[in-house]
Ligand binder design. Structure first.
Ligand code: GDP
Length: 300
């Protein structure tokens, strides 16, 4: 939690400022409410969600007669947590059916942090005593397979790759085949995220998925999303959710943004559980997403 808090310090500043403005007032006037609203919108919570959160907060402070800053902070925390759908199951399915490896597809636009996230997840699983195989099905970006191979060496996971420009689906197929033969616990498949158009993406990712499913079901499809792309990134993300059955979101680069509220927008707009957050470029900079801890870190 301390680490999460430190990494989110920029987001915290944004939320904190709005709250500080409130602390210095002896009553919650229109300006104070506007300040809260502004700080939520600045933090990328999104206009609709902000309006709902602030309306509920106003109503509840009125009904409860809340006047103190700590009382207000507690109510705001409750509203933010509830906007994050705390009831969702955020566990990662890392056990495959009938003794086969669990297969996890990692999808998202280029640069979102897919390869890095594959490496970090592998690291967590290996540290947990599991065997992991990485499939480098991002065959379009020349450096992607090298990058994944570096991660594999670093965390102790075999990497299956194809020649440059190989068919991503065939590499994915080979990776899962190899994972079954070797008997690993988990196969993580890094995919390409060329978002030239929806049809192209659908063809490519759809094929990867279909081909992998010849070996058995895909256990998890994780959509990697760059938190710093804000509301625009959300629109792109939606295309992925229309193309593949996304089971979880990984929100990366939360360490590099003052807009941590994007998690709320993502959770609301996509309705898919945010399962993991990326908090840096290093192997240990990945954390399970916990709404209560997250809001706590945001509010400082
Ligand atoms: P891909 O194209 O989706 O596979 O993206 P990469 O994994 O290559 O990541 C793109 C860049 O983002 C790299 O420089 C990563 O080190 C960086 N990156 C990935 N995740 C995070 C994160 O959580 N925080 C920060 N600060 N950088 C990240």
């Amino acid at each position: 939690l301390v680490r999460l808090r430190a990494r989110l310090s920029r987001s915290q500043n944004v939320f904190g400022k709005g709250l500080l403005g409130l602390l210095s007032r002896d009553h919650l006037d229109e300006d104070a409410w506007e300040e809260i609203e502004d700080s939520l919108i600045t933090a990328d919570v999104g206009v609709e969600a902000t309006r709902e959160i602030v309306d509920r907060l106003r109503e509840r402070t009125r009904v409860l007669g809340t006047r103190t800053a700590s009382g207000l902070r507690a109510l705001l925390a409750e509203e933010l947590v509830s906007a994050l759908s705390p009831e969702l199951d955020r566990s990662l399915r890392t056990t495959g059916a009938t003794g086969n490896p669990a297969v996890i597809l990692v999808v998202g636009v280029n640069g979102a942090g897919k390869t890095t996230t594959c490496g970090k997840i592998a690291r967590v699983l290996v540290a947990d005593g599991r065997s992991v195989l990485l499939g480098a099905a991002d065959t379009f970006r020349a450096a992607a397979a090298d990058q994944l191979a570096t991660w594999g060496g670093r965390v102790g996971a075999e990497v299956v790759r194809g020649p440059e420009g190989a068919d991503p689906a065939s590499v994915a197929f080979d990776a899962v085949r190899r994972g079954i033969d070797v008997g690993v616990d988990t196969v993580l498949v890094d995919t390409a995220g060329r978002l030239q158009n929806k049809i192209g993406l659908m063809d490519e990712l759809g094929k990867v998925k279909r081909v992998v499913e010849k070996h058995g079901p895909v256990d998890e499809t994780l959509l990697v999303l760059d938190a710093t792309t804000g509301q625009n990134g959300l629109e792109q993300a939606r295309v992925f959710t229309e193309v593949v059955d996304v089971t979880g979101v990984v929100l990366t680069k939360l360490d590099g943004t003052a807009k941590g509220g994007i998690v709320i927008a993502v959770q609301r707009k996509l309705g898919i559980p945010v399962k993991l957050v990326g908090l840096g470029e290093g192997p240990d900079d990945l954390a399970p997403f916990d709404p209560v801890q997250f809001v706590d870190a945001l509010l400082g």
